[in-house]
Design a protein around this ligand. Structure first.
Ligand code: GP9
Ligand code: MN
Length: 672
């Protein structure tokens, strides 16, 4: 009864509100909320493109009304400064994310920006490539806001409302309104959406459902997690960890490759941004990567291999390759979690009496490598200061010079000790934005085609269709990197280093080029010198799945005399350690990946929650998949793999955040 009365009173009150008066006295607040709401909506439309979803609008609105409510704590004349400060912050968020999305097809993370100035070098490369006008449309907001404020000021608006309003009342009412919108928003969310927010794997999805502002608040909280992680949740994380390994520890299984390389040297080449498409592409019959192709034809070639990096790109690849764990869901392992204990390939090799080195022609502090390589167990990291920077391409020392100087170092290492060695060589030249074109050599990315001239004769013409395109430049850059690899192998051979050495190549991640570049290349019509129209019967859209599947990178294991084999089982970077360690007779019980030679159907989870097997590519944002075989796919197959992939990401994240391997070793030692 009482409630009914109360409700009636409320409705009566709402009916009697002087709306006209309210709007007249709330111009600043309303402009602040509406203009920032427009900006966040533009950002979503230009990025994730969910035009008709009301949820993120509600999320953004609730957030802006709540932030706006706090403005009423300031006197009318001071309020503008408060709103303007937040307008600048929100506009910056839109601009940065628009640029970031243009390049990485993902949203930025505070943790990455705040904890790492080391990405600035790469940042420069990115900015050069993607400065687009559309990234700056958001600037209309602070400009208009300034303008409106000025107009109101000259009209004496602020003195006027200062006399009329009760700030306390306004503050409470607006706060309640914001609270109600927030409640409606939260009540509309599904448990799946809540789950995704807490995990923050899939940034696209969170912006799609929660809006950019809530995404960034969540991101901020998540990035503070490393500082507080040991305070909460350790016990349950450790319990899950134990349960996982009790059920899933991969026992040492033998196969035809067990121990075949025991005692041999191991050289690992981190092949920067090399994608499989470079290996499969030729221009006028000349391969982009003839050397890698030859090496693949001689050695073990894993032709269905994917990198599993997150925002830590190169460093994530190094991390996953060396530990068989996956990147963290917020920030990067190399920067935020450099102080945890990892059981890694270098450490395993050291236990087998190897000396272990890493080499890279860039600053040692980049990606915090000088700290993390030590933590991963490398005896010494030869970085920029150990090299003579005699030739520069892109970000730094050219690959050719880097390899030449590294071979000298390897010879030194070999001559100084009888121990076998493992060395990781990180390439650099084939790095975005691939615009040092004149230094890549004279490889031509053109197409010869037949045409008929005015007399009816067939003539051969050349289309310069990929010249000047970023994908074309990428192929030129890949060709250079491949040449460097060819020279490197020759040098290793002539210096005798190849005789007792296994050489491994992995592409650290894809080149991150926009999809439209591929669409252009695959739909180019030389006769009309332009792309086919979308309604042309020969037009073949390079869609989302084509793009994702095309992100394959090479993985090759080569040794003199090895019998060639092509392995087509889907494989991820996290499978490298188990596969290689079996060959070298070492073992890591914490590996989350598998020895690929013991697998028939293998699951490759990606940090954004997508996954791939030989049968299916699964898109986590849309919760849909495409089949990759003609075999029927059961619902159980999908749900089991969704669950498994989720579990792997979770366990890996907990291992890193809570330092669980260290905890486990300590507990095991206590028992003994
Ligand atoms: C920098 C190089 C590039 O030293 O490894 O890193 P990336 O931008 O690919 O993460
Ligand atoms: Mn890289």
């Amino acid at each position: 009864m009482k409630f009914k009365m109360y409700l009636k009173k409320m409705i009566e009150k709402i009916k009697n509100v002087d709306y006209k008066g309210y709007f007249k006295t709330s111009i600043l607040f309303l402009t602040f909320v509406i203009s920032n709401l427009i900006n966040s909506s533009i950002l979503r439309m230009m990025t994730v493109k969910n035009y008709f979803d009301y949820k993120p609008i509600l999320g953004d609105l609730a957030f802006l009304v709540l932030v706006g409510a706090l403005g009423y704590l300031f006197k009318a004349r001071k309020r503008f400064k408060y709103y303007f400060f937040w307008s600048i912050v929100f506009t910056a968020i839109c601009v940065i994310n628009s640029m970031y999305y243009g390049w990485f097809v993902s949203f930025s993370s505070v943790s990455l920006l705040a904890t790492s100035l080391q990405v600035v070098d790469v940042g420069d490369a990115v900015v050069k490539q993607v400065l687009r006008i559309q990234d700056f449309v958001y600037l209309w907001q602070p400009i208009t806001f300034l303008f409106i404020n000025k107009k109101l000021k000259t009209r004496g608006y602020f003195n006027n409302i200062a006399r009329k309003e009760s700030r306390k009342k306004r503050f409470i009412h607006t706060l309640v309104a914001g609270g109600i919108i927030l409640a409606v928003f939260l009540l509309n969310l599904t448990s799946l959406e809540y789950g995704r927010l807490s995990k923050q794997w899939n940034r696209d999805y969170i912006v799609q459902k929660f809006g950019i502002y809530i995404y960034h608040v969540n991101d901020l909280i998540k990035s503070l997690e490393p500082k507080f992680s040991t305070l909460f949740g350790y016990d349950s994380a450790y319990r899950e960890f134990r349960e996982y390994y009790d059920e899933n520890t991969i026992e040492k299984k033998t196969n035809k490759y067990t121990d075949i390389f025991k005692g041999k040297n191991l050289i690992i080449v981190h092949t920067e941004s090399m994608q499989d498409i470079s290996m499969n592409t030729s221009f006028n019959g000349i391969e982009v990567t003839p050397n890698l192709n030859r090496i693949a034809k001689e050695g073990l070639y894993f032709s269905n291999f994917y990198s599993q990096v997150s925002v830590g790109t190169s460093s994530d690849a190094e991390f996953t390759f060396n530990t068989s764990l996956l990147p963290v869901n917020n920030g990067t392992v190399f920067i935020s979690y450099f102080d945890r204990y990892y059981y890694s390939l270098p450490k395993m090799m050291k236990e087998a009496n190897y000396s272990v080195y890493s080499m890279h022609g860039n600053n040692g502090s980049f990606w915090n490598r000088d700290v993390m390589h030590k933590n991963l167990g490398y005896d010494k990291f030869y970085s920029k200061s150990s090299y003579d920077i005699d030739e520069v391409i892109g970000l730094g020392l050219s690959d050719k010079s880097f390899f030449r100087q590294s071979v000298d170092k390897l010879l030194d290492i070999k001559n100084k000790s009888d121990n076998p060695f493992m060395a990781t060589l990180i390439m650099l030249s084939n790095h975005t934005p691939f615009d040092d074109v004149e230094k890549y050599g004279d490889y031509k990315v053109t197409m010869d085609y037949e045409d008929v001239d005015e007399f009816g004769n067939t003539v051969v013409k050349t289309a310069n269709y990929m010249e000047g395109k970023s994908l074309g430049n990428y192929f030129k850059s890949s060709h250079y990197a491949d040449e460097a690899i060819g020279e490197f192998m020759n040098l290793l051979d002539s210096s005798g280093l190849l005789d007792n050495t296994v050489v491994v190549f992995y592409g650290d991640h894809d080149a991150k080029l926009p999809r439209k570049e591929y669409n252009y290349m695959f739909n180019y019509d030389p006769v009309n010198d332009k792309m086919l129209d979308e309604d042309d019967p020969n037009y073949d859209e390079f869609d989302y799945y084509d793009y994702e599947l095309n992100r394959k990178v090479p993985f090759i294991i080569w040794a003199k005399g090895i019998e060639h084999e092509e392995i087509t089982t889907a494989m991820g970077m996290y499978d490298c350690l188990p596969t290689l360690s079996n060959m070298f007779g070492v073992y890591n019980k914490y590996a989350l990946g598998h020895d690929i030679f013991n697998q028939t159907d293998n699951l490759v989870p990606f940090p954004n929650g997508n996954w791939v097997t030989n049968k299916v590519y699964y898109n986590n944002s849309k919760e849909e998949y495409i089949p990759l075989t003609t075999e029927p796919i059961s619902e159980e197959y999908i749900s089991e793999n969704v669950e498994k992939s989720d579990q792997l990401l979770n366990i890996s994240n907990n291992i890193i955040v809570y330092d669980l391997i260290k905890g486990n070793i300590e507990k095991e030692n206590e028992k003994e």
